[in-house]
Design a protein around this ligand. Structure first.
Ligand SMILES: *Cc1c(COP(=O)(O)O)cnc(C)c1O
Length: 242
């Protein structure tokens, strides 16, 4: 369908261009033209048809935060060459399902989940021979429990990193965080960069920093984000929670 007959495609093209423009500007300001971040479009709550439209606009990486929705979309769009990123809170009993479609999990926040993913990956590799699962440790950047947005405390990172790094089928990719509500995202991402520096001292390949959403992508790029997770500024407001 061309854009004349698919106004939604035209809308996504315009919104995506605006976000890409913001990213390019922030990359230039940060002097990161040689190492721009990867854009993951978070498509949660939006239909698979939107993912197909985004793929036609050159998007290769999509993010989802609920297993059932992600599994359905990935199955329906199996013909497209997409990388699926799981970015939401994950229960261990969903690990088996997630490894069937996910290229990466950004929300590993406890050893038990790392263990469940390793076990699920062993079975999945036996079945399909798939490549390793990229795992980001989600860290909490909150100073207190107020406005808590998930993630392990920073002091848990070394043990989690060792656990992931020593698991067959899992690749320790780096860190992920969500900036605390109502706080300066720059300060939060600066803290994340410091935690990342400590992590890479012991795990030199774990250089990933998954940070930056619609509201704060500029701050994330300034402090070294390698993966941006952008939803609403590209897709528009999410349909109400079901
Ligand atoms: C929804 C979501 C995003 C995208 O947020 P927007 O503000 O819509 O850009 C990013 N990361 C996670 C973990 C999310 O759940």
């Amino acid at each position: 369908m061309d854009e004349q007959h698919d106004p939604r495609l035209a809308e996504l093209r315009t919104r995506l261009a605006a976000v890409r423009h913001r990213i390019d500007d922030a990359v230039a300001v940060a002097g990161r033209q040689d190492s721009p971040p990867r854009l993951i479009v978070v498509t949660k709550f939006h239909p698979a048809e939107d993912v197909r439209r985004l793929a036609s606009l050159g998007i290769t990486d999509v993010g989802e935060n609920r297993d059932q929705e992600a599994a359905d979309k990935a199955a329906g769009l199996a013909g497209l060459d997409l990388h699926w990123h799981f970015v939401g809170q994950l229960q261990s009993n969903k690990a088996k399902s997630v490894v069937r479609y996910a290229h990466a999990v950004h929300s590993v926040d406890r050893l038990q989940l790392a263990g469940a993913l390793a076990k699920a990956m062993a079975a999945e590799r036996e079945r399909t021979g798939r490549g390793p699962l990229d795992c980001f440790i989600q860290v909490s950047l909150d100073d207190d429990a107020e406005g808590h947005r998930g993630g392990a405390p920073a002091e848990d990172v070394p043990a989690l990193a060792d656990g992931l790094a020593s698991s067959d089928g899992l690749r320790l990719a780096g860190l992920m965080a969500v900036a605390p509500l109502g706080a300066d995202p720059g300060r939060a991402f600066e803290k994340l960069a410091a935690i990342s520096a400590r992590l890479t001292a012991g795990h030199p390949d774990a250089t990933g920093i998954s940070a930056g959403m619609s509201q704060d992508l500029e701050a994330a790029i300034r402090f070294g984000a390698t993966h941006l997770r952008i939803g609403s500024d590209i897709l528009g407001p999410r349909p109400a929670l079901r």
